[in-house]
Write a protein that binds this ligand. Structure first.
Ligand code: PLP
Length: 467
């Protein structure tokens, strides 16, 4: 549709620097390098303002699961916007698409999660979850249950509350965080577990740490525990077998609510609509989800709440007294139309099956092609979330100094070869759209391998690595 559109890259970059205050930006290089201007997407490809085509190894930020430029999706959204672009869902108002999506989510989510609250992003979904948890305990006459246990290396969002829930502790630097209410236990970072400790022993230590933390705070003071099934932005950290199930058991033992943040893992990236029950054998009290719930065609998120919690939340207060939480765009018709169509496409086009079929191929290729390279310390991931951890020394697991920007170097080489990959400090992440074929997975992995090798050559030449 826009194939021949011409862009003036330099002019866009200049205005970008002048006026667009970007999220998550490294201002030590932003003004010098300028941004890469993406102008178009088609399937699993995106194009930049110079017309260059790339394999989208990111799906945006883990979210465009059905791929770009899906006209069926665009038409569904446009049809809805023409019919009803917006109406409130406050004051006992509703609309058919929000109702339809809530019912659909109840159908595909674990059977006890039948009540969806809608927002427009993952941070807001987690914000809602925590507010509802507090409201729940207050209503049950246990207001001391207000403390929250999160984990090191977790990412839960960028609002005041969710920024503090986030356990990537270096991201707190420079900000004022919420004091005293949020506590962190260790990350299930198997690659960096203590020397001489087996994965099983490590898992037991982590579960014990959670129990100890609850006891230290006093179970009567702990409202909930929140965990991503796989820690995404914190480094694609895949927990040991049984870890989530055992953590959930600890939560049950002490009457601590369990929130699963499925903002990345929901809607197919691991081959399931939701992974908590299907992959990790847990039954969270609340699941939060966003991103691929609409494949990011419209900003949508949902907080799925258990029947038991909903039963308490819905008890009337004094006549006329409301449950005072909600957003103007909760249940936005256009966003919910995108959510419904997305679920239809994922199911009808057997996209989850594609992930289950090709995920193991992707993992095996990553291990085979990248695992032996001298600066690759670890290759990890599940299905369509894969990552390499780059180290200067594979024996000591020592990393390169941050100023070497080793992740940026690798992704720069990927970009030159036609692949967009995500640098995450010294890690490189791939989380492509779920419609990738076997051939394209192989091509992507090959590009990543060539890019790591090119980076090794650069580092040697510049005297930054001993080889
Ligand atoms: N939770 C997880 C696991 C995420 O990965 C993210 C974003 O990457 C969020 C929450 C926050 O979502 P948003 O950026 O839509 O607010």
């Amino acid at each position: 549709m826009h194939e021949n559109q011409n862009f003036n890259t330099l002019s866009i970059q200049q205005s970008d620097k002048d006026y667009f205050f970007h999220p998550w930006t490294d201002f030590s290089s932003f003004y010098e390098d300028g941004c890469h201007v993406i102008t178009r997407g088609e399937g699993f490809h995106v194009f930049d303002s110079d017309g260059k085509k790339y394999i989208d190894g990111l799906a945006g930020i883990w979210c465009v699961n059905i791929g770009h430029g899906n006209t069926e999706m665009v038409d569904a959204i446009a049809d809805q916007l023409k019919r009803l672009a917006y109406y409130a869902t406050f004051f006992h108002l509703t609309n058919p698409v929000a109702v339809g999506l809530a019912a659909k989510l109840a159908e595909i989510a674990p059977s006890h999660l039948n009540h969806s609250f809608f927002e427009n992003g993952g941070s807001m979904a987690n914000e809602t979850a925590i507010r509802m948890v507090h409201f729940y305990w207050n209503r049950r006459g246990q207001p001391s249950k207000r403390h929250i246990i999160s984990r090191v290396n977790s990412y839960h969002g960028s609002t005041f509350l969710t920024g503090t829930l986030t356990g990537i502790l270096e991201d707190h630097d420079g900000f004022t965080m919420l004091d005293g209410m949020i506590h962190y236990v260790s990350s299930p970072y198997v690659y960096r577990r203590p020397d001489g400790v087996t994965t099983e022993e490590f898992c037991t230590t982590l579960v014990q740490e959670l129990e100890d933390k609850i006891n230290e705070l006093g179970p009567e003071n702990v409202a909930c525990y929140i965990a991503e099934p796989i820690q995404g932005a914190g480094g694609v950290i895949v927990p040991p077998d049984g870890y989530h199930r055992r953590c959930e058991a600890i939560c049950r033992k002490y009457d601590v609510l369990y929130i699963a943040d499925e903002v990345i893992t929901g809607f197919g990236r691991l081959g399931h609509f939701f992974t908590s029950e299907d992959m990790f054998d847990t039954k969270p009290d609340i699941i939060t989800t966003a991103k691929a719930i609409s494949s990011a065609y419209m900003p949508l998120s949902a907080t799925l709440i258990s029947d038991e919690i909903h039963e308490v939340l819905k008890q009337p207060r004094a006549p006329g007294q409301l449950l005072t939480h909600g957003f103007t765009y909760s249940g936005h018709p256009g966003c919910c139309a995108a959510g419904l169509k997305n679920i239809e496409i994922l199911a009808r086009d057997r996209i989850l099956e594609n992930v289950l079929d090709l995920g193991p191929v992707f993992s095996d290729l990553m291990a085979k092609e990248l695992g032996g390279l001298p600066i690759v310390g670890d290759v990890r991931g599940v299905h369509f979330v894969q990552c390499i951890e780059i180290v200067a020394d594979r024996t000591t697991k020592e990393i390169f100094a941050p100023e070497v920007r080793v992740g940026d170097r690798v992704t720069g080489h990927c970009r030159a070869r036609g692949l967009l990959a995500r640098p995450l400090g010294h890690l490189v992440v791939l989380s492509p759209p779920l419609i990738l074929t076997r051939d394209v997975i192989a091509e992507m992995v090959q590009i990543l391998r060539d890019s790591v090798k090119a980076t090794m050559d650069d580092l040697l030449r510049e005297g930054l690595w001993k080889g």
